[in-house]
Ligand binder design. Structure first.
Ligand code: BGC
Length: 367
């Protein structure tokens, strides 16, 4: 809905803005099937849809687990499409519609503290999902060891370049959105490894909104500045930004492509890995993440404590030590696609090997 994102100036425009904000608010949360008792409404607020994981894994896995654990519960779902103000409106709409628990993956880890404060006014607990809301009274945090994600990406790149050195040139480093606390952690992990590697960084960018298109433009700039032959490897913080970087290099005729990292084990990235266009990704098993969030949310909706053993640690968000569950990420290259994402049922061989990827799959001994 463009009007939700538009900028308005002047008097008449203000009226239009107020009308459009209330229109946005009205249709920003969707309920799932089932009557849902008013006491058992759980809001799932996800940050964006350009990254495939949210609609392909997080949402369906969360909704399915809530239904299995609590048939009378209803999930109110909204996706903010990278817009922090829109997410705030979606959270308010969920609270107005009777949500008794918020499961919040914030667009902006700092400004989302206002969402938490608003939920707390209504005595609604908040689970910080995948990204930590900073300086806020969140009740639980579920994510992965995100510094380790950055270290795995950078280590894979360094090892690859040691095994197969390129004569000259430097790295291009493409981080995620500066508003995402995870992006800060991936960056810290990656820099700790790259800094000690002796490899030179020729260009380094943050990618607003994690937008693949913006990553593509950044890569075009790097190609102009460093030259087609001047790039030895690309650290890309996730598969969307990796896809943008690879598209820019292919359009510029870079061949062979240098090794490129990623994250999320998106289907398109696994296909690029099988075809030799992307070197690696980081597989984060979304099922245990989404299902633990669902278990916690159902317990909170019923006013009960989480099952013993579910919460395993604490992470400080600047305001408190938040009870946390942190899962372990895994590096994936062509060599272990079969033993990781396929063995885990994250993608089926027939999904990976569809159409143009049949031949590449045969070479990679898939299925
Ligand atoms: C998530 C990644 C995702 C990125 C962009 C991060 O917070 O942990 O899995 O690729 O956001 O949405």
């Amino acid at each position: 809905m463009d009007a939700c994102r538009g900028r308005f100036e002047g008097h008449v425009a203000l009226v239009v803005l107020l009308l459009s904000v209330s229109a946005c608010k009205r249709d920003t949360v969707e309920g799932t099937a089932g009557p849902g008792s008013p006491g058992r409404r759980i809001a799932l607020l996800l940050p964006e849809s350009k990254t495939a994981r949210y609609e392909s894994h997080d949402r369906p896995l969360f909704e399915r687990k809530v239904k299995a654990l609590c048939p009378e519960c209803e999930v109110l779902y909204a996706n903010a499409d990278q817009d922090a103000a829109r997410q705030q409106a979606q959270a308010e709409a969920a609270l107005t519609n009777g949500a008794t628990v918020l499961v919040l993956d914030p667009v902006d880890s700092a400004s989302a503290s206002a969402i938490v404060a608003r939920a707390k006014q209504s005595r609604v607990p908040v689970i910080s999902y995948d990204r930590l809301v900073m300086n806020a009274d969140v009740d639980y945090y579920i994510s992965f060891d995100n510094e380790k994600v950055g270290r795995l990406q950078a280590q894979a790149l360094v090892d690859r370049l040691r095994a197969d050195p390129r004569p000259q040139g430097a790295l291009v480093v493409i981080h995620g959105a500066p508003t995402d606390n995870n992006a800060r952690l991936f960056k810290a992990g990656a820099r700790s490894v790259l800094g000690a590697s002796g490899l030179r960084v020729g260009a380094e960018y943050d990618t607003p909104d994690w937008s693949p298109d913006k990553a593509q433009r950044q890569m075009e700039q790097a190609l102009t500045a460093m030259g087609k032959a001047g790039i030895v490897g690309v650290y890309a913080a996730n598969d969307g930004t990796a896809g943008g970087a690879i598209a820019a290099m292919k359009a510029a005729g870079v061949a062979p492509l240098p090794p490129v990292t990623g994250q999320d084990a998106e289907l398109a990235a696994i296909q690029r890995i099988v075809a030799g266009e992307q070197y690696m990704t980081v597989y984060k098993a979304i099922r245990p993440e989404a299902e633990a969030a669902a278990e916690l949310a159902v317990a909170l909706a019923r006013g009960r404590p989480p099952a013993p053993g579910l919460v395993t640690g604490k992470v400080n968000n600047g305001r408190k030590d938040v009870d946390s569950i942190l899962l372990t990420p895994v590096a994936v290259t062509r060599e272990n696609v079969k033993d990781t994402v396929v063995a885990d049922g994250f993608w089926k061989p027939e999904q990976i090997c569809a159409g143009a990827y049949q031949q590449a799959c045969a070479t990679a001994r898939l299925p």
